[in-house]
Design a protein around this ligand. Structure first.
Ligand SMILES: [Zn+2]
Ligand SMILES: [Zn+2]
Length: 285
């Protein structure tokens, strides 16, 4: 009789994994509950190249809200979406009137994640993938401004929240890279596609943190949210380990990323501590 292969730990909790995702055969779960929780964000990445982190396309709700951004000037700076540099540069073709690239931009924001098997060393492909990632970051940050400051009834779409947080994280990471490269006069350029490749494993762990985070905020009381905190701290720590393993060219980037992630969740620990003063086991409630 042969023993089943050791799958290691569940992607979400500390239990032994018993099954793999039937789509990608990579994500491992202890059972249907953890699989269901992670699936909300994993479904976008399931058929994607496992070596590169890519963002989910805008959902239909986000897209409709983003059209709102395009049509309505913000009550807060910076004016309207079309005023934002990267959109203009990328979608304004020579001879085109202002704002005519808008529909092409919306099309790109709905484009599915390129599936695995996409050539990675092809420069044009890197550029196209990088443009998609850049535009999604910009669009989602615009959406956050709309939801936070807009004078409409628009609310954060629940299933999009982890991706909105990812966009903000990617934007901060990109700033870390630019700071580090500015230290040397001839510092290398860091397109977002490179960042998404180097930090793939970390970003995937982080996406799980944001997904669990979203579950946590559904809870009303400390008792409700308590069971989720150890999962967040666990996923955060797994993310930190991935930062140490990432092929980063600068120790400064590693240090900045660690500081960013360590500060963010430490104050949460107290909610995850049981009556004996110790962290509860990180088991899916
Ligand atoms: Zn689990
Ligand atoms: Zn999968």
């Amino acid at each position: 009789m042969s023993t089943p292969p050791d799958l290691g730990h569940c992607v979400l909790c500390e239990r032994q994994a018993t099954a793999r995702c039937s789509g990608c055969k990579r994500m491992r779960f202890c059972g249907p509950q953890c699989q269901k929780t992670v699936w909300a964000v994993h479904k976008a990445l399931c058929s994607a190249d496992p070596d590169v982190f890519r963002q989910a396309p805008l959902s239909q709700t986000e897209l409709a809200d983003f059209r709102e951004c395009g049509n309505t000037p913000y009550p807060e700076p910076p004016g309207s979406v079309q005023d934002i540099m990267p959109f203009k540069d990328a979608f304004q073709k020579p001879g085109q009137a202002e704002g005519e690239g808008w529909e092409e931009l919306l099309e790109l924001l709905q484009a599915p994640i390129p599936s695995s098997g996409t050539p990675r060393d092809d420069e044009d492909d890197m550029d196209a993938a990088g443009l998609r990632e850049d535009m999604l970051i910009m669009a989602r940050i615009r959406l956050c401004i709309l939801y936070d400051y807009g004078n409409s009834d628009l609310r954060y779409p629940p299933e999009s929240l982890p991706w909105l947080e990812m966009a903000e994280l990617l934007s901060s990471i990109s700033a870390c890279y630019q700071d580090a490269s500015a230290e040397t006069a001839t510092g290398p350029e860091y397109p977002i596609a490179t960042i998404c490749h180097e930090l793939n494993a970390f970003l995937r762990e982080q996406l799980i943190v944001y997904r669990v985070h979203h579950e946590l905020y559904k809870g009303k009381t400390a008792q409700d949210i308590g069971p989720w905190v150890p999962l967040i701290i666990l996923a955060r720590d797994r993310g930190l380990a991935e930062i140490d393993r990432a092929p980063l060219s600068s120790g400064r980037i590693r240090k900045d990323l660690r500081a960013m992630m360590e500060g963010k969740y430490d104050e949460m620990r107290e909610f995850g501590v049981g009556p004996d003063g110790r962290m509860r086991p990180a088991v899916h409630p």
